[in-house]
Design a protein around this ligand. Structure first.
Ligand code: ATR
Length: 280
């Protein structure tokens, strides 16, 4: 049996063990997946102990994604763009490889599960923290017409956009996509898709942008799910948009991690449907 885990703090709430158990059942991959709580000042030590114990890989969640990226020997292009990793793989020679599957998970959930194509569309990304940084590269790869990043602290959005605009691997994509940082106050423009990557709903706060940004029927995507996504969803619904929570992103990022580790793509849409049924 190969061993994998999710490392985080807190980690007790994580649905990743259930998702990966179902993936391994459906694909016939012999693996065990558990939760590991790392002390806030002890991520590297917990990771080293996990590797020494024979672990083959792990997912990394809040607040260790940046540390995970910095500890890795090699990293995928999308992890480099995010400067954060949610997936680590340990090979036989103890090399630590980092990937970030959050963005591709989001894009797959929107395009495949929700059936909304992003090519040629106008996208608004709210937030410029770790969650937003993890998805900006893969959103650009979906070739939207316009991608605006809006954040309460404007400087952080400017910095995130500048980092992507200067990145050699994105130069060709950026010939077709207008990538901008704009202040959320007074922001207008009909966006086809708006993505909430802020932590505003966690504190029960208001949606940090005016509803004028929503095109009628726009997709309003919250990276949160469950109770934390309720406020944003009702705001979207009351302004004629179609809300979607982040459960599909969670399942799809897990599927990409599974693929990175095992070379097999699990039936993620089926697992998402099963989870939605179980939660309903
Ligand atoms: P994460 O890794 O989850 O993205 P983070 O890096 O702390 O966490 O970023 C949180 C994001 O939510 C930031 O974009 C933050 O805005 P600031 O950069 O201005 O701090 C945003 N955020 C948090 N609370 C918010 C609120 N009440 N209103 C608007 N934006 C908020």
């Amino acid at each position: 049996m190969d061993h994998y885990c999710v490392l985080g703090n807190p980690v007790a709430h994580s649905k990743s063990p259930a998702i990966h158990a179902r993936f391994s059942e459906l694909t016939g991959q012999a693996m065990v997946y558990s939760r590991q709580l790392a002390p806030l000042d002890g991520f590297a030590a917990t990771l080293r102990a996990w590797i020494a114990g024979g672990g083959r890989g792990c997912n990394v969640t809040v607040p260790f994604k940046f540390e995970a990226f910095n500890l890795a020997g090699t990293a995928s292009e999308r992890a480099k763009l995010a400067q954060a990793a949610n997936t680590l793989k340990f090979s036989g020679d103890r090399q630590l490889e980092a990937d970030n599957t959050d963005g591709v998970g989001l894009v797959n959930d929107i395009q495949v599960n929700a059936g909304v194509s992003l090519a040629g569309r106008d996208i608004l990304l709210l937030g410029a923290g770790g969650a937003a940084a993890g998805v900006l590269g893969p959103l650009l790869a979906a070739r939207p017409r316009r991608l605006v990043v809006a954040n309460r602290t404007h400087g952080k959005a400017v910095e995130l956009v500048a980092r992507h605009a200067a990145h050699p691997s994105l130069q060709q994509l950026l010939q077709k996509t207008e990538l901008l940082a704009q202040a959320p106050q007074g922001l207008e423009g009909d966006f086809d898709v708006i993505i909430n990557a802020t932590a505003s709903s966690l504190g029960g706060g208001e949606v940090p942008v005016d509803a004028r940004v929503l095109k009628p029927g726009a997709l309003a995507y919250d990276m949160m799910y469950g109770a934390a996504a309720q406020g944003f969803a009702s705001w979207a619904r009351s302004h004629g948009a179609v809300p979607r929570d982040g459960l599909g992103m969670l399942v799809e990022q897990a599927a990409e991690s599974f693929l990175f580790w095992r070379g097999v793509r699990p039936p993620s849409t089926q697992v998402l449907q099963e989870m939605r049924k179980a939660l309903a």
